[in-house]
Write a protein that binds this ligand. Structure first.
Ligand SMILES: [Fe+2]
Length: 392
C-alpha cells in the first residue's frame, strides 16, 4: 500500500505547478510561455520559477523516497514480529523438554535455563541465571563436583557425561554437556542437560537384587544337590561295603574293582559323566550276591556245578534289585553283563564281542584282575604279572 504522505507530497508539488501555470495564463494569456522563459527577471524570481516548474519532479522523488521508507519500516516490523514469534516458540520448546537444560559459558555462568531445570533444582529460573556459577546453585558447592562433565568438556571440546547421586535431593542424575561452536573450533557456550534417572536407578537396583536373589537360590540348590549327591554316594558305598563284608575273601573287592575300572576309563579318555556311571556300577556290580549263601562264598574248596550255578545268578539278581531305583537305569547293562566274555563263554547271556556292552567290558577286566590277584581259600595270590598275562 502506498504511503499517504507520499501521495500528499506528490499532489502538493502538482498543485503548486498548476496554480503557477494558471496564474501566468491569467496574467499573460498566450504570452505566458514567453514570460516564463524570459531571462531578464531577478535571480530570486528566476530561482522561484525554476523551483515551481520542477515541483512535480521534486515532489515525485520525495514521495517515492517516503514510500520506500514506509516499505522498509514495514519489513523491519515484520522481521521483528517473526523473531519475537520464533523466540516465543523456542522458549516454549525449551520449557517443554522433559529434562533440565542450561546454557553455560566456559566460566561456568548460566545464561539460560528452562523451567524443568528450575523445578528439578528447586531454584527459580531467575536465580539460576544470576551472576553465579552453575555449581553454586545446582550442586550448592564452591567448586565443580568430582568428574564434572562441564570441566571435562571445556578440556576435550566434546560431549561428556556423568551419572551422580544428589544426597540433598535424594535423586540420581545423568548430566550431559555438549559444546556449541559459534565460530570454527571456538565454543561459544555449553549445553548442559540434566536428566533425573532415579526411577531407572531404582529399577536397576531392584533388578540387581532380584538377580542376586536368583543366584543365591541357585547356590542353595547347588548346595542341596551336592548334599543329595553325597547322601547318594555314601549309600552306594554303604551297599558295596555290605556286599564285600559277606565274605572275608571278598573284602574291599567292590572298592578295588571300582578303582581299576575308573583308572582304565580315564586312560581310555572317557567323559567324566561316563566315568561316574562306571564308578557307581563298580561299587554295586556284585550287589546280587546279597542273596547268595555265605557258605558258598566262603567255601575253601572248588564249587560244585550246582553251587556255581547259584553264584552265577548274582548278575541277574543284581539287575533285578537295582531296576526299581530311578537314576540307576544306565548301570543295569553293566551289572547284568560284567561276567560275559568276548568268546561267548561268559554268563548270564553268553554274549559275544560287540554284543557285550562297552562299559561292562571295562568292568569285566577290572573285576577279573582283582579276582586273580586276590587270595582265595583254595589258592594263594598269583601276582600282578600272572593276572596281566591271563587277561591278555
Ligand atoms: Fe561278579
Amino acid at each position: 500500500m502506498k504511503s499517504k504522505l507520499a501521495i500528499a507530497v506528490i499532489l502538493f508539488g502538482w498543485v503548486i505547478f498548476i496554480t503557477y501555470i494558471l496564474a501566468e495564463y491569467r496574467e499573460y494569456g498566450s504570452g505566458m510561455f514567453k514570460h516564463i522563459f524570459t531571462l531578464d527577471s531577478s535571480s530570486m524570481a528566476l530561482f522561484n520559477r525554476v523551483f515551481i516548474l520542477t515541483a512535480p519532479i521534486g515532489s515525485g522523488i520525495v514521495g517515492y523516497l517516503i514510500n520506500e521508507r514506509k516499505k522498509l519500516l514495514e519489513k523491519t516490523q515484520l522481521s521483528e514480529k517473526q523473531i519475537e514469534h520464533a523466540a516465543r516458540e523456542w522458549r516454549a520448546t525449551f520449557d517443554s523438554m522433559p529434562y533440565g537444560i542450561m546454557l553455560i559459558d566456559s566460566e561456568f555462568n548460566v545464561s539460560r535455563a528452562n523451567s524443568y531445570m528450575a523445578n528439578l533444582s528447586g531454584i527459580p529460573v531467575k536465580e539460576l541465571v544470576l551472576d553465579k556459577k552453575y555449581y553454586e546453585t545446582i550442586h550448592k558447592s564452591d567448586a565443580p563436583i568430582d568428574g564434572c562433565p562441564l570441566v571435562k568438556s571445556v578440556k576435550t571440546q566434546s560431549t561428556e557425561t556423568l551419572e551422580y547421586y544428589d544426597s540433598g535431593l535424594d535423586k540420581y542424575f545423568r548430566a550431559i554437556v555438549t559444546p556449541v561452536f559459534r565460530e570454527k573450533n571456538t565454543p561459544g557456550a555449553y549445553v548442559y542437560l540434566l536428566i533425573d534417572i532415579t526411577d531407572t536407578k531404582e529399577k536397576e537396583t531392584k533388578l540387581t537384587q532380584a538377580k542376586d536373589a536368583f543366584f543365591n537360590m541357585l547356590k542353595d540348590l547347588d548346595v542341596m544337590y551336592k548334599e543329595q549327591k553325597d547322601i547318594y554316594n555314601n549309600l552306594v558305598i554303604a551297599f558295596s561295603n555290605v556286599i564285600d563284608a559277606k565274605s572275608p575273601w571278598t573284602k574291599n573287592h567292590s572298592r578295588n574293582v571300582t578303582a581299576y575300572a575308573v583308572t582304565i576309563a580315564r586312560e581310555m579318555g572317557l567323559r567324566e559323566q561316563d566315568i561316574e556311571i562306571i564308578r557307581t556300577a563298580g561299587l554295586l556290580h556284585d550287589i546280587g550276591k546279597i542273596g547268595t549263601y555265605d557258605v558258598i562264598l566262603d567255601k575253601p574248596d572248588k564249587l560244585t556245578d550246582e553251587e556255581f550255578a547259584l553264584v552265577k545268578k548274582h548278575t541277574v539278581k543284581g539287575e533285578e534289585i537295582l531296576k526299581p531305583i530311578k537314576g540307576l537305569e544306565n548301570i543295569l547293562p553293566m551289572i547284568r553283563s560284567h561276567h560275559e566274555r568276548i568268546d561267548g563263554t561268559g554268563y548270564p547271556d553268553g554274549l559275544k564281542g560287540e554284543k557285550i556292552p562297552f562299559f561292562a567290558k571295562i568292568l569285566c577286566v577290572a573285576d577279573a584282575y582283582d579276582s586273580i590277584i586276590s587270595e582265595r581259600p583254595y589258592r594263594s595270590a598269583p601276582g600282578k604279572d600272572y593276572a596281566i598275562s591271563e587277561l591278555k
